[in-house]
Design a protein around this ligand. Sequence first.
Ligand SMILES: O=C(O)c1ccccc1NCC(=O)[C@H](O)[C@H](O)COP(=O)(O)O
Length: 278
Amino acid sequence: MIYPRTPVNSRLHPILREIVWHKKQEVVHMHQQMSLASLQRQLTAAPTVRDLLTALQQSPYRPSLITEVQKASPIYGIIRTDFDPLAIAKAYQHSGAACISVVTDSSFYHGSFENLRTIRKSLSLPLLCKEFIIDPCQIYLARAAGADAVLLIAAILTDRELQDLLRIIHYLGMNALVEVHNLTELDRVLKLDDIRLVGINNQSLEDFTIDISTTQRLMAARRSQLQNLGVVVVSESGLYTHADLALVADAGIHAVLVGESLIKEEDIEQAVRRLIKP
Ligand SMILES: O=C(O)c1ccccc1NCC(=O)[C@H](O)[C@H](O)COP(=O)(O)O
């Protein structure tokens, strides 16, 4: 049975609505190809889950760093032509990243679950599967490929869907990075049971503009509530320099997620060190 869901918010950018529409077709196809039971069976052979939340909390750097393996995006096009996902992930691990985010969407971001599997085989850091999750079968697929955490995007899921998917993720021993873009979404997410890790994405899903003051605004409004609940907060997108990291750290976040600015660099290890050390 396909997971029930409501229509996608019409204020979202047409590209995002197209991505979600496409994702629904992928999920339908996946359900035709394999049963949930067979996917669940694959989990028995999956590598043990690594604790992404603890890795973020125990990193020697503040904010701790999630780096992203991403070849392309619908906005930037191809970010790096000589894209070697494993070499990039190794450079991240050697230079101080606490965790690695691997984009798996193939149609719009040129990612793959194969990249996730390959990176998992060679690296010890916890891995986040960066995907447009709308159905439990994608979570099982991510876990089978070695993911330790998955992204849930509040803008494309109802409260009920968020809660159900979160329960499945926690049941599997994984973490969920629950991503919000505005205060309305943050308030929805703060009402979920057992919310542990929240991402504030500085890139609007309505027009794709980036504004890192989004993190500052949302933290100013809900910092004490987030603290009281013990939620770990990640600031995502549009972070380029150590000064940018210091700005969002001052707002009270624990970690940052950085992609494009590092992927583009000739010497990725050096770029990571520049970013995390003053
Ligand atoms: O967050 C999403 O909506 C998303 C889901 C799946 C693949 C990519 C996605 N968005 C891209 C990003 O959010 C950024 O790549 C990430 O936050 C890093 O930002 P940047 O450093 O600006 O590349």
